[in-house]
Design a binder for this molecule. Structure first.
Ligand SMILES: Cc1cc2nc3c(=O)[nH]c(=O)nc-3n(C[C@H](O)[C@H](O)[C@H](O)COP(=O)(O)OP(=O)(O)OC[C@H]3O[C@@H](n4cnc5c(N)ncnc54)[C@H](O)[C@@H]3O)c2cc1C
Length: 411
């Protein structure tokens, strides 16, 4: 391994210039303009992924969700356009795909998670064709809308893999929007809509489940619990599900199939000394500092913590990481504490959203003074108008956009 040159030494190195990485870099530079910060990020385009639900429903264009990475990385932050391939935490270095070795005083790991498309037999070959689509890929989010728009009765299947996944509500958001579209077109009564979930709960926070179950009943959606998609035959338009915990399978025909792929920590994190037994980044759930390596911190979807993997979580984690990274550089105590906040705006119809906000342990944490289980037009405006602006103009620019939420115990 080559030794890092002085140009490859930084006070803070951030792996991943996504929602979490850009926000943390921007906040670090706002608080300490002279700090030397580098972001390792291979991609030239950044995506506002929460917008892909709306792209799949014909409400937003894909272009509106994309920006050039170079325009988002804060001024005076060094962009290393490369991928991290390994961590050497005992030497305080990261090795890049090019072989370059980068040295840090503090490391922030936030490369998101990995979409395991190939864990479903036949899926990579047919994704984006034969009515097989997914909002989880920038290549196919717009194709979801094509499929929905062109379906005039028939069989529509939607799937949800085992947890954890990013935005656990996204698999069902598109079920409701598609059903609402067909309802308005007058074709819902000729469309059989199936939603197969690998788990046995419609949503992880039970407080919101009755409200979501009402949507399932209203649209007449067939909810199949403990059904995990394992194989897709695009030509024959057949999807095979395993009944979880058994050897049994069930084959369902489809005219359109919306797939959410299984998800895991990125392979280079899984095989690193930074991973927990499940492969995720092993940090303290409150300080977000690595449990073993004091110079390493993490944020976003890669964490092995029990919060919902959402951009909203990354937004609340960023100031905690920044506070604790700066404190540790200064030799001060760690005072930043993350409470597990995550949010999921569930689009239950065009113009209506159930806004789920919660903390570690499923504690409900609403930001607004109304019953957020009720589908609301206000929350739809937040989702479609306010949140995207808050993301681009506030969060990624390093402004403090922390939402004040009131905690109440789940009944
Ligand atoms: C369909 C969909 C709907 C969603 N809806 C919502 C929603 O309504 N609300 C919400 O809050 N969240 C939502 N999310 C989740 C949200 O987008 C993610 O939780 C958020 O983007 C996580 O931020 P992150 O920085 O951890 O990961 P990302 O934003 O994915 O960024 C990770 C970055 O790391 C880079 N990277 C990967 N590997 C390497 C490597 N080896 N070296 C260096 N860099 C690397 C990637 O190129 C990427 O730029 C949704 C996601 C999807 C897909």
């Amino acid at each position: 391994m080559a030794d890092p040159t002085p140009q490859d030494r930084f006070s803070v190195v951030i792996v991943g210039g996504g929602a979490a990485g850009i926000t943390i870099a921007a906040q670090l530079k706002r608080q300490r303009p002279n700090l030397s910060v580098a972001i390792i990020e291979p991609s030239t385009t950044h995506a506002y992924q929460p917008g892909w639900t709306l792209v799949g429903a014909g409400v937003m264009t894909l272009a509106e969700t994309l920006r050039q990475e170079g325009g988002l990385i804060p001024k005076d932050v060094t962009w290393l356009r490369d991928s991290a391939v390994s961590f050497e935490p005992d030497a305080n270095t990261v090795t890049l795909a090019s072989g370059r070795v980068v040295e840090y005083r503090r490391l922030v790991v936030c490369p998101g998670l990995q979409l395991d498309w190939d864990k479903i037999e036949g899926l990579p070959e047919t994704l984006g064709r034969n009515g097989v689509t997914s909002n989880y890929s920038r290549e196919t989010a717009a194709y979801t809308w094509e499929c929905i728009r062109h379906l005039d009765g028939g069989k529509a299947l939607f799937t949800q893999p085992p947890m954890p996944i990013k935005c656990a509500g996204a698999p069902q958001k598109i079920v409701y929007l598609a059903s609402d579209h067909w309802r308005k077109e007058g074709s819902l009564h000729r469309t059989e809509v199936d939603f197969s979930i690998a788990g046995d709960a419609l949503f992880g926070v039970s407080y919101f489940v009755p409200s979501l179950q009402r949507q399932i009943d209203f649209y007449g959606i067939n909810l199949h619990k403990k059904e995990n998609l394992i194989k897709v035959d695009g030509e024959k338009r057949e999807a095979t599900f395993q009944i979880v915990g058994t050897d049994e399978t069930v084959v369902r025909k489809f005219d359109m199939l919306h797939v959410v792929p299984p998800q895991s920590a990125p392979d280079f994190v899984k095989k690193s000394p930074l991973a927990n037994t499940g492969g995720w980044l092993d940090v303290d759930p409150s300080s977000l500092r690595h449990v073993k390596y004091d110079t390493v911190f993490g944020a976003g979807d890669v964490l092995g913590t029990s919060n919902a993997k959402t951009a909203a979580a990354a937004r609340e984690q960023a100031p905690v990481v920044v506070t604790n990274v700066l404190a540790s550089l200064d030799g001060r105590p760690q005072t930043g504490a993350y409470d597990g906040y995550g949010a999921c705006p569930l689009t239950v119809a065009y113009g209506k959203v159930v806004l789920a906000e919660f903390l570690y342990g499923g504690k409900v944490a609403p930001s607004f003074p109304y019953d957020q289980r009720k589908p609301s037009r206000f929350a739809w405006l937040l989702k479609t108008e306010v949140f995207p602006r808050l993301y681009w103009q506030g969060m990624l620019k390093g402004h403090d956009v922390k939402v004040k939420h009131n905690v109440k115990e789940s009944p």
